[in-house]
Design a protein around this ligand. Structure first.
Ligand SMILES: [Zn+2]
Ligand SMILES: [Zn+2]
Length: 312
């Protein structure tokens, strides 16, 4: 219940989320003015955006939060180091918040519930601490607390985030004679993009799009969101079947995370890929169709209720 959850304003998170984009756009403007744009700068941005994005979607999300497959410790190490570079907290915090999001979706206990508005779901919730103790926070993540590598990443999250989020791009830039270009494009601009494309899954993917698999919550499928979120835009399917390693299930669905996980399985670096039986998917489509035709649907769609100013 809302009144039982104590929220404290988190000045560190609020400062990072507001100052970082300002620093990124000011520095890139000066850098372009004096140095121009070099394809190497853009190359570093695209490569790191991809690696860090996949560490969040394939690692933080589908592996750690949902256990949708299993993978080799070397892959886990990649997820934990490059995932830290996303500046979205340790995987222990991220996954426990995310499991709470799935369990209580659209209700008060959902940390980024869209029923509190687009901005809250996008980034407003990050401005607050939602828990009084770590025990209360991680009660849904005992498996992660027992993991060999996850507590290590939690302990050294900040140095790992700085090293992989800003040190690596600086070094890559230095290797091609443009250290500041590497830092600004691969560190600051990349950070802005990483943050807001992840955030869009909590906001836009609960706001725009279709609900072909389930109409019991606000999660929606949108192909355009999938394009820059490495496949996470198929969010209605994901909420209906969260332990499936895929989010986009058709062969033409843009889901690079699914392709990366499958490719890893070919070289024995991932295994036990969990897939929802076809029959269950067909049944869920049928159920969603009849719910959509029913007049009752209007009254059970949490987003519509919120827009009409009613409580769920
Ligand atoms: Zn969601
Ligand atoms: Zn999820």
């Amino acid at each position: 219940m809302l009144d039982k959850i104590k929220r404290r304003f988190n000045w560190t998170n609020a400062s990072v989320l507001t100052l970082l984009p300002i620093a990124a756009f000011l520095s890139v403007s000066f850098y372009i003015y004096y140095q121009g744009i070099h394809w190497m700068d853009v190359g570093i941005l695209v490569s790191l955006y991809t690696l860090i994005g996949l560490a969040v979607t394939g690692g933080y999300h589908r592996y750690y939060a949902h256990r949708a497959y299993d993978c080799h410790p070397i892959v886990q190490l990649f997820f934990l180091t490059f995932g830290a570079a996303a500046l979205e907290n340790s995987v222990l915090c991220w996954a426990s918040d995310h499991r709470r999001h799935h369990r209580y979706v659209d209700h008060d206990e959902d940390p980024y519930s869209i029923t509190k508005g687009f901005f809250w779901a996008h980034m407003g919730w990050v401005f607050f601490d939602h828990h009084t103790s770590n025990d209360a926070r991680f009660e849904n993540a005992h498996d992660l607390k027992k993991d060999k590598l996850v507590p290590w990443q939690h302990k050294y999250y900040l140095p790992l985030a700085v090293l992989f989020g800003f040190g690596v791009p600086f070094l890559l830039g230095w290797a091609v004679g443009r250290p500041w270009g590497g830092l600004i494009w691969g560190g600051l601009i990349r950070q802005f993009l990483t943050h807001h494309t992840t955030f869009l899954i909590n906001s836009a993917a609960h706001w725009f799009g279709k609900r072909p698999y389930s109409r019991q919550n606000t999660a929606r499928d949108s192909w355009w969101l999938a394009i820059f979120s490495f496949g996470e835009g198929f969010h209605n399917f994901h909420h209906a079947f969260p332990s499936d390693y895929r989010n986009g299930i058709r062969w033409y669905h843009w889901d690079p995370t699914k392709w990366a996980i499958r490719s890893l399985s070919w070289i024995k670096l991932s295994w036990d890929l969990r897939k929802t039986p076809k029959q269950s998917i067909i049944q869920s489509i049928e159920r969603a169709k009849s719910a959509a035709q029913s007049a009752i649907d209007r009254y059970t769609d949490p987003l519509q209720l919120q827009q009409r100013g009613e409580k769920t």
